[in-house]
Design a protein around this ligand. Sequence first.
Ligand code: ATP
Ligand code: MG
Length: 253
Amino acid sequence: MAIIAIINQKGGVGKTTTAINLAAQLASSKKKVLLVDLDPQANATSGLNIEKQSTTTTYEVLIGSINLSDAIKPTNLKNLDILPCNPNLTAAELDLSQRPNREYCLSNALKQDKVHDYIIIDCPPALGLLTINALTASNFLIIPVQAEYYALEGLGQLLDIVQRVREGLNPSLELLGVLITMYDRRTSLSQNVSDEVKKYFKDKVFRTVIPRNIRLAEAPSYGKTIFQHDRWSKGARAYKQFTNEVLNMGRNK
Ligand code: ATP
Ligand code: MG
């Protein structure tokens, strides 16, 4: 089983869009997939049209008041389950901070899972305790980077934290790759940012680049993945190709 965190403390870079569509495409490739919503904004939950009022969410699983299997819900896609959340998850930062094993709450919960081939974690735009829990629970990281000015800002800090987690809490954590998102081929800015990212991360950049595509932005408002919303769109084709890269990396490990 592979646990992959989609992470970047910068807001609005395409984490949730990547988490939802990677999870959906892995599921349609006959993998059993669990999408964990670890962001109190609950965008992955609403993006898959799952109600947020539930009292069996990521929060209850993290504080240990219910078992993971009692909180997991099916989605309307075959092979895709979700651990949903709602804004109450904000309280977890505080509640968990008092505990001795506060960095391991998610890791311990996910160890109960024997069903899924892939667990995809949608992280919040912050480097707090929720994100540390994701880093501790994961084998792999995917960092989406928006092809915009300031894209690289903050990545040094993120990599520093990843390194510290590797040295202590989770030595087996590995960067699967950096994914360039919202690429606009009409602008030289997108090209420049992409060149910078490749110069810095070298072979750790996914070959697939996700274009800026209005269909990707529309899909969550219908509670749909891009494949349900418009499977022939540029966005759908890019996320399919990206998922194939992820699947092929799995085969080589
Ligand atoms: P946050 O940090 O707030 O959780 P995020 O990193 O999860 O944000 P998303 O929610 O995936 O980012 O994307 C931010 C916004 O950009 C959303 O409105 C989303 O629909 C839109 N978006 C994401 N990817 C694309 C794309 N490739 N083309 C056009 N719009 C996109
Ligand atoms: Mg998000």
